[in-house]
Design a protein around this ligand. Structure first.
Ligand SMILES: NC(=O)c1ccc[n+]([C@@H]2O[C@H](COP(=O)([O-])OP(=O)(O)OC[C@H]3O[C@@H](n4cnc5c(N)ncnc54)[C@H](OP(=O)(O)O)[C@@H]3O)[C@@H](O)[C@H]2O)c1
Length: 254
């Protein structure tokens, strides 16, 4: 299967929207997430609307150590020629680090950091074989400061940003690598993270369609920040001392 983009976390939210917009652009898809019913429904809907595009799904828990190897085996078995990798799967958990369960926070490190890193390492050789290839790693505006009450989430996104920026330089001319840094976006994320009542989601929330079209148009950029308010927020954070930005983040995430 040629001209294929692998999207993790594509059963909902930003990942699901990536699947739709990529299909519209003529890419074939490999969609990965846990919920089989959601993946199957999406596969059917995309195939109905874009009959020329092939859409494969793989139901997997990215918390499993073996997940990357399973995706790798599937790609080889199906003879998939990858031209894009979207490391989108991720989640947050609001609460004090010491009070949140160690398991949930380890899972966050596993999905948000380890899995993303391993998939990137596994598929760079595949992407190097094709032309006009890209990796979009979904970070967040959370990547730019420390986040008390969401400590591991903010730290995981800081990793994604730094890692992606480094790869952007290392792979220049071979693979476009971009860190997508959305601010609050209307998806299932806030509810899963226990943030529905947080100030961040009470203020301006972006639609996932706008976030994804911005990401795809700007995938040549090392850092892609959708939305003027998010861009201004990041500039302000960069101008302020970290001792202030972490206190502000704490106030917002309380
Ligand atoms: N929404 C926001 O405000 C916001 C802001 C900044 C950054 N982000 C980032 O954007 C990315 C997408 O989030 P979203 O807002 O679209 O959230 P979402 O609606 O909750 O979607 C998350 C996706 O990740 C998948 N996923 C989660 N854990 C998984 C696991 N263990 N194994 C496989 N798949 C898993 C979920 O699928 P299953 O449940 O079916 O597995 C789902 O498809 C995340 O990396 C998030 O950190 C979101």
């Amino acid at each position: 299967m040629q001209n294929t983009v692998l999207v993790t976390g594509s059963s909902a939210g930003i990942g699901e929207e990536f699947a739709w917009q990529l299909a519209r652009l003529g890419y074939n898809l490999l969609l990965v997430a846990r919920r089989t019913d959601k993946l199957s429904a999406l596969q059917k809907a995309i195939t109905l609307k874009f009959p020329r595009q092939k859409c494969l799904t793989l139901a997997l828990d990215l918390n499993e150590e073996s997940a990357t190897q399973s995706i790798n085996n599937f790609v080889d078995l199906q003879q998939i020629e990858l031209v894009g990798l979207i490391n989108n799967a991720g989640f947050g958990a609001r609460g004090a680090f010491a009070e949140l369960s160690e398991d949930r926070q380890r899972d966050m490190v596993q999905v948000n950091i380890l899995c993303l890193t391993r998939l990137t390492h596994a598929f760079i050789p595949y992407l190097k074989k094709q032309k006009n290839t890209f990796i979009i790693n979904v970070a967040s505006t959370a990547a730019f400061q420390a986040g008390p009450n969401l400590a591991i989430y903010y730290a995981s996104k800081a990793f994604v940003l730094s890692f992606s920026e480094a790869l952007h330089e290392e792979l220049k001319g071979q693979i476009q690598v971009s860190a997508l840094c959305p601010g609050a976006t209307k998806t299932e994320f806030a509810q899963i993270a226990g943030m529905s009542d947080s100030l961040v989601f009470k203020m301006r929330v972006m639609e996932k369609q706008a976030v994804v079209s911005f990401a795809l148009k700007n995938r040549h950029k090392a850092i892609a920040i959708p939305g003027l308010i998010n861009k201004i927020g990041v500039i302000i954070v960069k101008l302020l001392p970290r001792s202030i930005t972490r206190k502000l983040a704490f106030q917002i995430q309380k």
